[in-house]
Ligand binder design. Structure first.
Ligand SMILES: Cc1cc2nc3c(=O)[nH]c(=O)nc-3n(C[C@H](O)[C@H](O)[C@H](O)COP(=O)(O)OP(=O)(O)OC[C@H]3O[C@@H](n4cnc5c(N)ncnc54)[C@H](O)[C@@H]3O)c2cc1C
Length: 493
């Protein structure tokens, strides 16, 4: 060890750490949670967290941090857990991540930090997501968090959209002294975190607390403002005097399959289905009555294999569905959903019909769905996405009786802001063109990031874009320099 190298505070040798098993996350039993909307995962105790934290190998070049889109200093916060300084650990995470209680719950860690954890070469990776969630929840329980106070710069920034991308920009810019106001089209703040992801994965109270924290920091929020209708980007920059605008409007326009019968009563887009559950509060039945979603004793299928599909079908199960199917046209290996959600859904009794796709919806002759005509698939050559292309098996058609079908095959860009902002470049699929490094668009003073630039992706990628944008907006506001910093917009698919 060099004389300047820091001595490890971990009491175990590297060999001993590898022998410590990954600590399981306590959770509601599957047969119980399949009938309620309370959170599935219950969280680590301080003892479990410390027992997990001591597994960290404290790599000299931590690949976990390199592979985190917001660059959370994993090794450093985990070491603080090892010595029992949980509030210090929370503060360390907050240096890079304004929404730790959220990412600790929904980030696909297997694709980022945990996927690159050195431990996973021999044993299970460090439970980085579980530890992040633990310290964020601990900080909340203690009721102590530091609200940074920064001298004002006199500059003001408008953020359009209150999803994870917009919230990250707002949180980062307020900490740099700029005045920030977030405009949200819906009556609730949080984007997909609140209208899409159900209570049993991400309790709404967690989002409210994160928003309260941001309010304490000075971020202002305005709901029921559809930018492009209520006010335009040009008006924000002109009459309202904003020095910069960040567009984080997401990709909330549902896609459909364009197959016969998709218009029948009982066929929903996942957006509508989940919005009814989350914002119209069907999840609080029987306190709230949402008559369209009385699923008691009915058979429900979701079409798709991502997080949205699993959120919809697991919600249907909790609302009383008799049978709850996932129809996915590829195999397990290609499913884009988080591994933990697939595991939980299987435990809860969701019936996964893999390599299966509907080709038509059938009705009772009065416009109500009665079945999906499905076909079995086999996998052929890889397609443009690199995944093997599903090919229908001749003669494999069958009817699956259903009362409700939910289409969760993806979303696309809502065009309102793009169509009302002259000079704002978009690609051929309608997503906003922005530099991958600086998130600058083709319009001076306008930045964009998250799903509205990349297409539907993940919370942490949207937050990563937000972080880059905040830095870039700060550079622009402090130097006034746009031309020299602007790169050519990144090519998009
Ligand atoms: C059901 C579901 C489950 C998911 N689960 C996961 C998961 O477990 N893990 C994960 O990492 N990712 C998950 N994702 C994906 C993730 O939520 C998104 O990638 C992420 O929310 C994108 O963030 P964003 O800030 O770009 O946009 P969004 O979260 O979509 O937020 C955009 C906001 O902008 C608002 N808006 C739109 N247009 C306007 C306008 N004109 N004026 C004002 N406001 C406007 C919208 O109302 C919305 O609130 C899930 C997505 C869905 C739909």
């Amino acid at each position: 060890m060099s004389p300047t190298a820091k001595k490890s505070l971990n009491p175990l040798s590297l060999k001993e750490r590898i022998k410590v098993p990954r600590q399981l996350m306590p959770e509601q039993p599957a047969e119980v949670r399949a009938h309620n909307f309370s959170e599935v995962n219950l969280g680590y105790s301080p003892e479990l967290a410390q027992q997990e934290a001591i597994r960290c190998l404290e790599c000299a070049k931590p690949t976990c941090t390199v592979n985190c889109p917001v660059g959370v200093k994993v090794k450093e916060f985990v070491e603080l857990i090892v010595i029992g300084d949980f509030l210090g650990a929370a503060a360390k995470i907050r240096e890079d991540n304004v929404l730790p209680a959220i990412t600790g719950r929904v980030c696909p860690q297997e694709d980022h930090c945990e996927g690159k954890c050195l431990l996973s070469k021999k044993v299970k990776p460090l439970g980085i997501g579980y530890l992040e969630r633990f310290v964020a929840d601990y900080e909340k329980r203690m009721g102590t968090h530091i609200v940074p106070s920064v001298p004002p710069t006199g500059k003001k920034v408008a953020v359009v959209g209150s999803g994870p991308s917009g919230l990250t920009v707002a949180g980062d810019l307020i900490q740099r002294g700029h005045k920030v106001r977030v405009f949200e089209a819906l009556h609730e703040l949080g984007g997909v975190l609140v209208y899409g992801i159900p209570e049993f994965r991400l309790p709404k109270q967690i989002i409210r607390e994160q928003l309260d924290y941001m309010r304490e920091m000075g971020v202002e929020f305005e709901t029921d403002v559809v930018v492009g209708r209520t006010v335009t980007i040009d008006e924000l920059i002109g009459e309202e005097g904003y020095d910069a605008v960040y567009i984080g409007t997401g990709a909330g326009l549902p896609q459909f399959m364009n197959i016969p019968g998709e218009h029948f009563n009982g066929v929903y887009s996942a957006n509508e289905f989940l919005t009814r559950i989350n914002l119209m509060k069907a999840y609080k039945f029987p306190t709230y009555d949402e008559p369209m979603l009385d699923l008691q004793g009915r058979d429900v299928a979701v079409i798709g294999g991502g997080n949205t599909a699993l959120d919809a079908i697991r919600s249907a199960l909790r609302l009383g569905a008799r049978k709850a199917y996932v129809l996915y046209r590829r195999s397990d290996a290609e499913m884009p959903a988080r591994a933990e959600e697939v595991h939980h859904a299987r435990q809860e009794g969701i019936d996964f019909q893999m390599l299966t796709a509907p080709v038509e919806f059938l009705s009772d002759g009065k416009g109500w769905l009665t079945a999906a005509r499905c076909v079995r698939m086999e996998l052929g050559e890889p397609d443009a996405s690199g995944r093997r292309r599903p090919v229908p098996i001749q003669g494999s058609e069958f009817n699956l009786p259903l009362s409700v079908a939910v289409i969760a095959i993806g979303t696309s860009a809502n065009p309102i802001v793009q169509s009302t902002t002259p000079g704002l470049g978009t690609n051929k699929r309608g997503y906003i063109q922005a530099s991958e490094e600086t998130q600058r668009t083709t319009r001076k003073g306008v930045f964009a990031g998250g799903d509205i630039v990349t297409g539907s992706a993940t919370v942490i990628l949207a937050m990563g874009a937000g972080r880059r944008a905040a830095k870039s907006i700060h550079d622009y506001l402090t130097t006034g320099n746009w031309e020299t910093a602007q790169e050519s917009p990144a090519p998009r698919a």
